[in-house]
Design a binder for this molecule. Structure first.
Ligand SMILES: [Zn+2]
Length: 172
């Protein structure tokens, strides 16, 4: 667990994504309202300048650290915001919503190079990734990593001081 800007994140990766969103000015909400059978990690919104799009695009994001799990991620269930009709019947759950309140569901891996979703954009639509929207992602991701590493270090140091002070008090 790590605290970043007042919110406690389950792990360093989640905090790093939050920091990344801050740097690129994507609005983000950690653990938004769940949809049936899925607790998204983030809801994000980013502005789109295209004349045929709304002011911004929104995604419900599943962050997964396991690259081999990306194919099975619930972040793949709602391309274009609607339940994927290609989901095989035996995998389908009746309680799933036919659509979500976002442009699409997305899966984000352990860096922005591993991210994918399908949404409408401009006159068409298709597969997008963070790389398409943030060409500078590598530099920004490193910056976010540095911020979170420093934060984690500081939080750990404080924990140690807390533990030490507690030990001294107990020994008195
Ligand atoms: Zn757009």
């Amino acid at each position: 667990m790590i605290k970043y800007r007042g919110i406690i994140y389950d792990n360093v990766l989640h905090a790093q994504w939050a920091c990344f969103f801050d740097i690129v000015a994507w609005r983000h909400q950690y653990k938004p309202s769940p949809v049936p059978n899925w607790h998204p990690t983030f809801r994000v919104e980013f502005t789109c300048g295209h004349s045929e799009c709304g002011e911004y695009h929104s995604l419900l994001v599943d962050v997964t650290t396991r690259q081999w799990k990306m194919k099975e991620s619930p972040g793949r269930r709602y391309p274009f915001g609607h339940l994927d009709i290609k989901i095989s019947v035996e995998d389908w759950h009746q309680e799933w919503d036919p659509e979500i309140d976002a442009c699409a569901s997305a899966v984000f891996g352990f860096h922005p190079g591993l991210s994918e979703w399908e949404m409408s954009h401009g006159a068409g639509g298709g597969t997008h990734s963070v790389q398409d929207w943030v060409p500078e992602w590598e530099r920004i991701w490193s910056r976010a990593a540095a911020v979170i590493a420093e934060l984690e270090h500081a939080q750990r140091a404080m924990d140690v001081r807390f533990i030490e002070s507690y030990a001294v008090k107990k020994g008195e």
